[in-house]
Ligand binder design. Structure first.
Ligand SMILES: Nc1nc2c(ncn2[C@@H]2O[C@H](COP(=O)(O)OP(=O)(O)OP(=O)(O)O)[C@@H](O)[C@H]2O)c(=O)[nH]1
Ligand SMILES: [Mg+2]
Length: 380
């Protein structure tokens, strides 16, 4: 800060009635957690008694009215804040935005459903204040930790996800899937340029995005059963994780998306041939009509898969918006097909082999489709 600005800021602070010196912000991502908010706040109040803390809830416009309840509570307790995001979803991005809304030197992330043990927060805070580590993580897989009543398939999936991050990303944590941790706020600043904000696994994102290796400690805790409401874990979360691994192992989010987009394109080719075979071979529809129908079906399938998988975090919702986006996708892909055709024909005339010409056309068409559809449809 330059001297003039420093003077202005100390003049300003001199007339602030009761300075709030928050040492700790607890970020709580929420989606439909109305029934869990008060038990969690009670737990925080008990375990952080006598400390300067605040809870920043980041709610994605939950239909169950989580945010109105939080705002009502915040009217009476200045330690409670609520950020509402409209038309957005995503746990990691919610946590990142909550952290940026904090001015405290330490930030924690905890789920709203009471599965994380809030009694560890005081110890985490002390460890960070001692200055030896950058981040303290609640782990289910160090001695003394565990999970209550998990079905075998969930244990296996969690182990597999942990193994993949260790192997592909070289993360040495026992529980990289943990969503319960506390860190210095500067950790975010050191990672932000490379954070993907994708999906559910913010810890993996932070560890792989930071400019230097993070000094960490893991504390054991028992992962409890959800207090109330429903889990948001679904197969889409697994897909987001694959996308995150791809993005991080290729080191660029855009490459992860491009691979996902290309995989969807490959599925589209199969859909195209399946429809064409059904119509032309079995139902004896004339070739031109069958081919046109197959193109249309493959485009709808590609659009839907990209909307649900590749761009799940910014997907288009609502009937009107969906149809408008589909038409844009058609327009982009038609130009892509023309580009593919034009380039391949031109290269073939220049006496390239047939497969080299075709491959160059396909790559050019795919890159065009990827870039244009991203900026026209999912680039919000
Ligand atoms: N803001 C926001 N929060 C979310 C979103 N998805 C999940 N959450 C919150 O993130 C936390 C973790 O989600 P859960 O559904 O409990 O996931 P989980 O703990 O991994 O899975 P379970 O063990 O089945 O509960 C909860 O506080 C959710 O309300 C989202 O899209 N946006
Ligand atoms: Mg949960």
């Amino acid at each position: 800060m330059n001297a003039e600005l420093e003077q202005e800021s100390s003049d300003f602070l001199a007339v602030v009635p009761t300075p709030l010196q928050r040492s700790l912000s607890i970020i709580v991502p929420t989606f439909n957690e109305r029934l869990n908010v008060i038990p969690l706040l009670e737990g925080l109040r008990t375990s952080l008694h006598g400390q300067d803390w605040e809870a920043i809830f980041v709610d994605d416009d939950s239909p169950d009215g989580t945010a109105p309840l939080l705002r009502e509570l915040a009217q009476n307790d200045p330690r409670i804040r609520c950020i509402t995001r409209v038309g957005r979803r995503g746990l990691s991005s919610a946590c990142i935005e909550g952290m940026f809304a904090s001015s405290a030197p330490y930030v924690a992330v905890i789920d709203a459903d009471m599965q994380h043990d809030e009694r560890l927060l005081a110890q985490m805070h002390q460890m960070l204040q001692a200055g030896e580590v950058d981040i303290v993580i609640g782990s289910r897989y160090v001695a003394g930790g565990g999970v209550c009543h998990w079905r075998t398939h969930r244990v296996l999936i969690s182990r597999l996800a942990t193994g993949l991050s260790a192997r592909l990303l070289n993360i040495k944590l026992t529980d990289p899937m943990s969503g319960f941790f506390m860190m210095r706020r500067e950790v975010l600043v050191g990672a932000v340029d490379r954070l993907s904000g994708l999906g559910f696994k913010i810890l993996v994102d932070l560890f792989t995005s930071h400019e230097r290796p993070l000094r960490f400690v893991e504390l054991p805790y028992q992962f409890r059963n959800r207090h109330a409401g429903d889990s948001k874990l679904d197969s889409g979360v697994a897909w987001d994780y694959v996308l995150l691994l791809l993005a991080k192992s290729l080191d660029r989010l855009v490459l992860g998306r491009f691979l996902a987009f290309s995989s969807v394109g490959a599925i589209g080719v199969l859909v195209h041939f399946a429809v064409l075979a059904c119509l032309h071979k079995w139902l004896t529809v004339p070739f031109a009509a069958a081919q046109a129908t197959a193109i249309a079906v493959a485009m709808v399938s590609n659009f839907t898969l990209n909307n649900e998988l590749t761009y799940r975090d910014v997907r288009v919702r609502g009937v009107f918006a969906w149809w408008r986006a589909l038409l844009k996708f058609f327009a982009v892909c038609l130009v892509g097909a023309a580009l593919n055709m034009g380039l391949a024909t031109w290269l073939y005339q220049l006496s390239s082999t047939w497969w080299q010409s075709a491959l160059a056309g396909i790559v050019a068409g795919s890159v065009w489709n990827f870039i244009l559809s991203k900026s026209a449809i999912w680039g919000r």
